[in-house]
Design a protein around this ligand. Structure first.
Ligand code: SF4
Length: 389
């Protein structure tokens, strides 16, 4: 078994040590059992805005009982978002540098068992991608994405990638395999600003079923990865669950608990959340639970009422009409112009996409839409001068 050399426990310490104190079934039951009176009480507390909502109160707001109050929740969510972020939407773009992966996530087209030619970009190809992206718009926020293949895309490769893209972009975030604290720290010294990782589901038993092989099959290693990011001083930590694997309500409440835990422990870091809904992939996997548009809106508003400071991000997985309708109601960042295959920006792609993009508008079209909604697109909201801790 691979172990974390930073720790005496096989997969380190962190939220994995306490998650089992929360019962998944009780969590689902508490959402299902919320009443109209509970919703009124929690909304009154949210309006008073004296104390933050607790994860249990967040659970009330994502319940069916809260549905009649959706417009009230949207108005409050907009109010708190504008108070904290102004009328702005920050724009970012993903760059897939590799689709090689040693894991066997049953829902993903990059699954190790899926027979297709894998691509890992060279530094020269990455530089070409940078130039192609810059032609699409003045992006400064880059999300570097790779499948999990440490011997191909390990710490040395990622460090080289950061050095290669740094002249083109100010704010660099990675979405790759969970790493050791020391490795996260090393990458922050090489210009890394943020790390995004999806726990996929907080349901421990179901997680095993969806992740049967590879390093990702170790639930605790992945879950404690967020602690390792905090310990390493990663400036911005991105979190989320893949909505559809299990009951989305359970994952949403666990995500809220996880966020509170991290905020208390690693208070210097900033946090973002993302609510990706499952989309078709080469694996042909069908989601177990479907979250409707209205439920996703409820979840988004509830999360904003739960936490006024967290960055709420919507990717191009969502359709243009949906992104346009929700962008002024709690969302603070969006991707645009995304290609989800390595090398997708500078050539006619032949590599496999991780998932189908739903919003295929150009970055300039997304920018126009943001302006049409009375908001300002922010291409750059970060400067390395702030990276002082
Ligand atoms: S979800 Fe990520 S880790 Fe799993 S198979 Fe796909 S690329 Fe690999």
């Amino acid at each position: 078994m691979k172990s974390d050399p930073d720790s005496s426990a096989p997969f380190g310490h962190g939220f994995a040590d306490i998650i089992d104190s929360y019962s998944w079934d009780d969590t689902i039951a508490s959402v299902a059992g919320a009443t109209d009176g509970d919703v009124r009480r929690v909304l009154a507390k949210a309006r008073r805005n004296v104390k933050p909502l607790t994860p249990d109160e967040f659970a009330v707001l994502i319940s069916e009982a809260a549905d009649p109050y959706l417009e009230d929740m949207a108005a409050l969510s907009r109010h708190f978002t504008q108070e904290r972020f102004g009328k702005t939407i920050s724009l970012y773009i993903p760059m897939y540098v590799s689709n090689a992966c040693t894991n066997k996530c049953v829902y993903c087209g990059f699954n190790h068992d899926n027979p297709f030619t894998r691509t890992t970009l060279t530094m020269s190809q990455i530089e070409d991608e940078c130039k192609a992206i810059r032609k699409l718009g003045p992006f400064e926020n880059l999300l570097i994405v790779a499948g999990e293949y440490p011997s191909l895309c390990g710490i040395d490769y990622l460090e080289q990638v950061l050095h290669t893209v740094r002249p083109y972009f100010h704010n660099l975030t990675i979405e790759v395999q969970p790493m050791r604290s020391a490795d996260y720290y090393r990458l922050t010294r090489s210009g890394l600003n943020g790390v995004v990782c999806f726990q996929e589901t907080y349901h421990r038993e179901a997680y095993r079923k969806y992740h049967p092989r590879g390093m990702k099959s170790h639930f605790d290693w992945r879950l404690n990865g967020f602690d390792r990011m905090g310990e390493a001083g990663v400036h911005k930590i991105g979190m989320g669950a893949l909505l559809g694997l299990e009951d989305w309500r359970g994952d949403a409440v666990m995500l809220a608990r996880h966020l509170r835990y991290l905020q208390r422990k690693y208070w210097r870091s900033r946090y973002s959340v993302n609510f990706p809904r499952m989309r078709p992939s080469e694996s042909g996997f069908q989601p177990k639970s479907i979250i409707s548009d209205r439920e996703l809106a409820r979840l988004t508003f509830a999360f904003r009422l739960f936490d006024h400071d967290v960055d709420i991000s919507f990717s191009t997985r969502e359709a243009p009409e949906y992104r346009d309708s929700i962008m002024t109601l709690g969302v603070t960042s969006m991707s645009a112009g995304s290609r989800t295959e390595p090398g997708g920006y500078c050539s006619t792609p032949e590599a496999l996409e991780q998932f189908e993009v739903s919003d295929e508008r150009t970055p300039r079209e997304v920018e126009s839409s943001i302006r049409a909604n009375g908001y300002d697109p922010v291409w750059k909201d970060w400067d390395s001068v702030f990276d002082t801790f």
